[in-house]
Ligand binder design. Structure first.
Ligand SMILES: Nc1ncnc2c1ncn2[C@@H]1O[C@H](COP(=O)(O)OP(=O)(O)O)[C@@H](O)[C@H]1O
Ligand SMILES: [Mg+2]
Length: 236
């Protein structure tokens, strides 16, 4: 589904991704955890084509998407739930969803398409907030709106950048259930997080990132069981 092969990337003059590789199988939730500043957002941006990759390769299926512009990567079925949500604060919730709408791709016709109605079913409270401007929504509403907005693009691969940031525990739980449900519906999800517990609960496989590289990969259980590993790389 997604193969990131030894990528190197810069932000300004800073060398951020220093030879990073990871892999995601279809219908898998893959977690990437790491402390603040290790390059998680840069990784997401590189996959989406928003930050240029100097060397290395990113494959979507068998297709090389390494140097393709973001709108074309989106058209190939990659969607993003960006860090900090990035909801348009002057547009209503409905408009935020409408601007992101993209028809289902021909090759994905086995999936049920994401209409406005179906996207609202992920968080029905949004229905009453459709006429409200993005900036007036609560943090939780904005986060679920960001997920619903991404779904409006009918992605097959969803990149989620710290979706639990600022969410109350109950909403985190709901988001986790939603991720599980989306996976069962056929989506593949790259879940970038600082929240290790969330990833251990909802990912099928987990990578730890440090200074722009992957320093550990395993099943979640192995990381859950290994206190030393967690302390060493994550300080928790
Ligand atoms: N626009 C930018 N220009 C220069 N450096 C940046 C920019 N954005 C982020 N950085 C730096 O890149 C490093 C990695 O950032 P980021 O990918 O956001 O990490 P994370 O998401 O893991 O917190 C940090 O040291 C950060 O200060
Ligand atoms: Mg980040």
């Amino acid at each position: 589904m997604l193969d990131v092969i030894d990528i190197h990337a810069y932000r300004g003059d800073s060398y951020i991704l220093q030879g990073l590789s990871l892999r995601l199988e279809p219908q898998q939730v893959v977690g990437v955890v790491g402390r603040n500043g290790v390059g998680k957002t840069t990784l997401v941006r590189s996959i989406m084509g928003l930050t240029p990759v100097r060397t290395g390769q990113i494959l979507l299926g068998s297709e090389d998407i390494t140097r393709i512009p973001p709108h074309r990567i989106a058209r190939k079925g990659v969607g993003i739930v960006p860090q900090g949500r990035q909801i348009f604060s002057d547009l209503t919730a409905r408009e935020n969803l409408q601007v992101a709408s993209r028809p289902r791709r021909k090759e994905d016709e086995s999936y049920e398409p994401w209409t406005l109605d179906r996207a609202l079913s992920v968080f029905p409270q949004l229905r009453e907030r459709l006429g409200t401007r993005g900036g007036k929504l609560s943090g939780g509403e904005q986060q679920f709106l960001a997920v619903a907005r991404c779904l409006q693009g009918n992605p097959k691969l969803m990149l989620m950048d710290e979706p639990t940031e600022g969410l109350a525990p109950l909403l985190r739980q709901r988001l986790g259930k939603l991720i599980h449900q989306l996976k069962n519906d056929g989506l593949s999800i790259l879940l970038v997080e600082q929240n290790l517990d969330f990833v251990l609960n909802f990912a099928d496989y987990v990578y730890i990132m440090q200074k722009g590289r992957i320093v550990h990969e395993s099943l979640p259980q192995e990381l859950a069981d290994n206190v030393q590993l967690r302390a060493h790389y994550l300080g928790i």
